[in-house]
Write a new protein. Structure first.
Length: 355
């Protein structure tokens, strides 16, 4: 159960489902906004954009309400759970399951509210944030899966007796099968000697990518720019690409493994794309633009290494990218992580609650 407004949660759900199916399970994905209603996703995205547009507002809410489990956060959680839990209960009555994996705080809250109705069902919460906040943690959870050492005590802060396992971050299988840089560049029409960056900022493209692409192209860099679901950004990028033929523009695409393989450097915001890039073997330049949990995730990515950070001003990103291109190591010729290792770690963790 991911939340559909987060592409990172959706990617984690796909990775978990693929591994479970390889182990002989049948799976289905049920995102929380689908349960809440057709109009919930657009409304949630609009609200998120409005909050993030006010400097410091989400930081304040995250660190003073979500991190502490303050009254405002609990009220928001209660309101969403009241709408979600009855529909989830009805769904599970019609379609019983042995295991639910919640990959969002709202999913964890809703499943927790109905779990006692299904005594044979096991509930796993998979937190993809580097440091889970209070609304990730609920009663009636059999296991917490986290992806950083810091997340382990963060869970215990709110649930001292919780069962917690640290496992690698989930990555979709296609990133383990990315092409070589040479073959990816042939497919995209990029010369072998060209400097090339992949420019993206999540599925909503919430960064000044057009200005960044323009500045990099002015310096002769080939830019693969992904606008995601942001149609307005896509139009801006396409207009700039008319003057800079070395800019290639993509909307939301399943070609990201190929694009990562082709580039020398991935410029992105903290999120699922970071571990995808690491799996393909590409260095990262991270744009410090995601407030709240994004600050924690940013620090975690820097700790993992082979990553630098820049502010979101276009001129700063361009300057940092040009410097990074001068010093990065030769790109990897194959995946840097093993799909088998992820599958084994995930399977062993689940066996603690579902033999």
């Amino acid at each position: 159960m991911p939340g559909s407004i987060s592409a990172g949660h959706q990617a984690a759900a796909i990775a978990c489902a693929s591994t479970l199916e390889a182990l002989g399970w049948s799976t289905r994905t049920l995102d929380t906004t689908w349960l809440l209603g057709r109009n919930t996703g657009p409304a949630a995205r609009s609200t998120g954009r409005a909050v993030l547009a006010i400097p410091g507002l989400y930081d304040a809410f995250h660190y003073t309400a979500l991190r502490t489990g303050g009254r405002l956060a609990n009220q928001a959680d209660n309101a969403i759970r009241l709408g979600l839990a009855p529909r989830l209960r009805d769904h599970l009555d019609r379609h019983p399951v042995e295991l639910v994996i919640s990959i969002s705080p709202t999913g964890a809250s809703a499943v927790s509210a109905v779990a006692s109705r299904y005594p044979s069902m096991r509930h796993v919460v998979f937190c993809t944030d580097a440091a889970p906040h209070r609304l990730w943690i609920h009663p009636n959870v059999d296991l917490y899966l986290v992806t950083s050492a810091a997340a382990y005590p963060a869970v215990l802060r709110y649930a001292p007796r919780a069962r917690v396992e640290v496992i690698p971050a989930p990555v979709r299988a296609e990133f383990y099968r990315a092409p070589t840089q040479r073959s990816a560049r042939v497919g995209l029409g990029i010369a072998e000697q060209d400097r090339c960056v992949l420019l993206m900022a999540g599925s909503r493209g919430m960064a000044p990518l057009a200005s960044i692409a323009d500045g990099l192209a002015d310096d002769g860099v080939t830019v693969l720019a992904v606008a995601g679901h942001n149609a307005r950004l896509g139009r801006k990028l396409s207009a700039i690409a008319e003057c800079h033929p070395q800019i290639q523009v993509f909307a939301f695409t399943d070609r990201v493994p190929e694009l990562m393989a082709a580039c020398d450097l991935v410029i992105t915001s903290p999120g699922a794309a970071c571990m995808e890039a690491r799996t393909v073997g590409r260095s990262l330049l991270l744009i410090d633009m995601v407030q709240g949990h994004g600050r924690d995730n940013l620090q975690h990515e820097l700790e993992l290494g082979d990553a630098t950070v820049t502010s979101k001003r276009a001129a700063d990103v361009v300057s940092a990218a040009l410097a990074a291109l001068e010093r990065i190591k030769p790109v990897s010729t194959g995946p840097t992580r093993s799909l088998a290792d992820w599958e084994d770690r995930f399977r062993i963790a689940l066996e603690a609650v579902v033999p």
